[in-house]
Design a protein around this ligand. Structure first.
Ligand SMILES: Cc1cc2nc3c(=O)[nH]c(=O)nc-3n(C[C@H](O)[C@H](O)[C@H](O)COP(=O)(O)O)c2cc1C
Length: 325
């Protein structure tokens, strides 16, 4: 399948793996790229620019296909060494960066000068338009159903994607709730040029996370996610567990007085304990409503091939068949 996204990034299938903290290591990024999609190393999971440079080298040893790096701009006071991370990306020869969390304008000249394409992930039409205006090459439009940070507007993809299509001229992919060939065809119908998936890629054999995480996603239904940190305007969609229940109880009790320090035990530094140790109640971890559509743990290649075959069958048989009845 050829779309503006496959052409922009030089990939075979219009499927991107979004950056995921403590999931997006070289193993997963390389597996996605080797299967014809676009894999993404999560920059900030690497504690320093030097560590990111080593992870990029490791990924390059595992694939000769294009892969990208996610750079998330955090709402923290002491910011990570972003110039160092940008240098590691450029010097590592990476040609795609997925930015998220904040406006990437400051970093675009250096990235574009090094021939790096930038796809900015955003959760609203106005942010997508802003990304286009500042010169991003593409956007990833992340609907309310997504795992991670859906923003504060709560617009689901059935509205958000066609709205994006009405106003954008740069290509965009649909993100949030994408799982299979049906998702891909629907995303294309709504105006997207491909899909970005997070949660679905965690439940694959190559995702370098504890088996408990994969099993929890398969066991979860579409009713099992919760929104946390709403009062802090840093909303995150997570899988419900004991820590999340505790966190929500604190949010209810403290109301407008809630501060980040009140919930630090449930959210800070919990990812390694969940993703690596498999301690599932250690804290809040991002997971999309799409968990309800995830019933197995295939290899990345089987997953991507299956999505493309399903999409082919839906377009070539079901939809065409409807027209020629
Ligand atoms: C466990 C997990 C961690 C994530 N970490 C990040 C991150 O560090 N930076 C980022 O931009 N997006 C992050 N995301 C969001 C994904 O890149 C993607 O946009 C989202 O998962 C899409 O929704 P889906 O889960 O319904 O596919 C994360 C998602 C998950 C599930």
């Amino acid at each position: 399948m050829k779309t503006k996204i496959t052409e922009l990034f030089g990939i075979e299938h219009p499927i991107i793996q979004g950056g995921m903290h403590y999931v997006g290591f070289a193993e997963l990024a390389a597996a996605v790229s080797n299967a014809g999609g676009l894999g993404m190393i999560t920059g900030l999971t690497q504690r320093s620019p030097q560590a990111l440079a080593a992870e990029i080298r490791r990924c390059r040893d595992m694939t000769d296909k294009p892969f990208g790096v996610n750079l998330t701009f955090l709402p923290t006071v002491t910011s990570p060494d972003y110039p160092g991370y940008i240098r590691a990306i450029i010097e590592g020869g990476v040609k795609v960066v997925e930015t998220a969390g904040n406006n990437p304008q400051k970093w675009l000249p250096a990235l574009h000068e090094a021939d790096v394409k930038v796809i900015h992930k955003c959760t609203s039409v106005r942010h997508a338009l802003k990304a286009e205006a500042i010169g991003c090459d593409a956007v990833s439009v992340d609907g309310f159903e997504c795992g991670g940070h859906p923003g504060e507007d709560d617009v689901p993809n059935f509205i958000l994607l066609p709205r994006a299509a009405e106003v954008l001229t740069i290509p965009f992919v649909a993100s949030g709730g994408m799982a299979d060939g049906r998702s891909l065809v629907a995303a294309l119908a709504l105006g997207a040029e491909g899909i970005n998936m997070g949660t679905r890629f965690i439940a694959t054999t190559e995702a370098p996370v504890h088996q408990n995480v994969k099993d929890a996603i398969v066991a979860a239904s579409e009713l099992d996610t919760r929104l946390v940190m709403r009062p802090l305007r840093n909303t995150e969609r997570v899988l419900r567990n004991a820590a999340v229940d505790r966190l929500l109880e604190k949010e209810k009790n403290l109301g407008a007085d809630l501060k980040f320090e009140d919930i630090i035990d449930e959210v800070a530094g919990v990812y390694p304990r969940i993703m690596q140790d498999g301690t599932m109640d250690a804290g809040a971890w991002s997971c999309g409503m799409v968990a309800g559509l995830i019933h197995d743990i295939p290899s990345v290649k089987i997953l991507i091939d299956r999505i493309m075959q399903e999409a082919d069958a839906i377009i070539g048989k079901r939809l065409i068949g409807l027209l020629h009845r």
